[in-house]
Design a protein around this ligand. Structure first.
Ligand code: ADP
Ligand code: ASP
Ligand code: MG
Length: 420
């Protein structure tokens, strides 16, 4: 008998029939003698619809009025009120379904749990899940059905955790209630060597090290939200990824690096299309120029990812390229234009037709030549590398978006990750 946390994603709760299936999985755990907290996402597609509504509502009444671009961003506190609604619905529906099956259950919204978060609306960080009435209800044998993705920010305002945030809710609740494990149920039966949707030959990993999963998630593999992996690692929550539809087969366990016996040079490949590239042409090649560029970007809340500065041809000026997310592109351009006088560039160009492809593996530390295999493989396919960045356990390249699937498949074969 144990206390456990279970999380079900959007496709798993997409309609009442699937919610009944989820309720049966929860009931099975209760009948095994376990005490259960369940965390649910909104029904598939629901959050996208709510996000689109907030954007529509924020549009200025007269189309095309210049200078109104910034007003088109909805107030993030109200955005959170709207987009958190999807999870309120599924938590109530699952509680109703469980009770109808004879399993005592109640719903808990973020503020009721409480899931305390920072004030950064739209992408708040969980700061704590203190013991509360919910903990006592679980101890008394009642199933707690927690609305994922949402929390409560200072000032008792509803907050949300960023897209895919229900994974983070689940691991944080598991840590908060001292659960023996956290099972993340989704539409794939585990973490694969790459996204199985674009590479049918991808293989399921029996285990993956926290560090590798962190890189995979932050470099685009959306099977788990990055922050959920951080919390699992920090609080030592044994976390598994499982399929809602075939719950008794497969699965992937997040584990410590030491628990992985065979350390291949590359464990997995991730990609992200949410990339934009900005180049500043002919900026002065002198001390302080990077500070003049990246200071205003940081002040504007732009998270700069990759950076490359070219060799100065004339000894006077140089070109500087960096990347950020597509959502941050306009803000980045505005910050640069505002500070044009300090930066003193000749011209600025930008594109969102780029994508980032990354190879990840703790085995990379011990295997030389891993990056060169990547560059050769891409060259053989005629794919140009625009920017490179590396860390101890990953290599990322920026390429034209149209080649992303080709690149991922070629690399998957090159590193011998294809299923037999
Ligand atoms: P949920 O709604 O259950 O949270 P998500 O859509 O957020 O599900 O995440 C699951 C999806 O993540 C899978 O359907 C798959 O396409 C995608 N994915 C991307 N990379 C990977 C990977 N390496 N392993 C497994 N799934 C991946
Ligand atoms: N429903 C939210 C989203 O679509 C949170 C989640 O699914 O994890 O981003
Ligand atoms: Mg998800």
């Amino acid at each position: 008998m144990a206390t456990i946390a279970m999380k079900f994603g959007g496709t798993s709760v997409a309609d009442i029939e699937r919610i009944r299936h989820v309720a049966a999985l929860v009931k099975r755990e209760v009948e095994r003698g376990n005490k259960v907290a369940v965390v649910v996402s909104a029904m598939a597609g629901e959050t996208n619809k709510l996000v689109a509504w907030t954007n529509d509502a924020a549009k200025p009444p007269v189309e095309g009025v210049r200078g109104n671009i910034l007003q088109a961003i909805p107030d993030q506190r109200e955005y959170d009120v709207v987009v958190a609604a999807g999870e309120q619905i599924t938590s109530g529906l699952l509680a109703i379904t469980l009770n109808a099956m004879g399993v005592k259950a109640r719903s808990w919204l973020g503020w009721q749990v409480p899931i305390n978060t920072s004030a950064v609306h739209g992408s708040a960080r969980i700061e704590g899940v203190p013991a509360s009435d919910m903990t006592r209800a679980i101890e008394n044998g009642e199933v707690a059905v927690v609305a994922g993705f949402q929390g409560v920010a200072p000032g008792v305002r509803i907050s949300t955790l960023g897209r895919g945030g229900s994974d983070t809710s689940a691991v944080a609740v598991a840590a908060g209630i001292g659960a023996a494990r956290c099972d993340i149920y989704t539409d794939v039966d585990g973490v694969y060597t790459t996204d199985p949707r674009i590479v049918p030959k991808a293989r399921r990993l029996e285990k993956i090290a926290y560090e590798e999963m962190l890189e995979m998630a932050s470099l685009g593999a959306k099977v788990l939200q990055t922050r959920s992996v951080e919390i699992a690692m920090l609080h030592r929550v044994p976390t598994r990824v499982l399929s809602t539809f075939t719950p008794d087969v497969g699965g992937t366990l997040l584990c410590d690096e030491e628990d992985i016996v065979e350390k291949k040079p590359v464990t997995g490949i991730a990609y992200s299309r949410d990339e934009a590239k900005i180049t500043l042409h002919k900026v002065p090649d002198r001390p302080g120029v990077s500070a003049a560029i990246f200071g205003p970007l940081a002040d504007a809340g732009v998270n700069v990812d990759m950076i490359v500065q070219n060799v100065s041809e004339d000894g006077e000026t140089t070109d500087l390229t960096f990347t950020c997310t597509r959502g941050e592109l306009n803000r980045a351009l505005a910050a640069i234009e505002t500070h044009a006088k300090d930066i003193r560039y000749r011209a600025v160009t930008h594109t969102a037709d780029v994508a980032k492809v990354s190879i990840i593996g703790i085995g990379m530390r011990a295997h030389p030549g891993v990056a060169s295999t990547m560059f050769r493989t891409l060259a053989e396919k005629g794919i140009n590398i625009e920017v490179i960045s590396t860390s101890e356990i990953k290599v990322s390249v920026l390429i034209a978006e149209e080649y992303v699937e080709l690149a991922v498949r070629a690399l998957h074969s090159a590193y011998e990750l294809d299923a037999a």
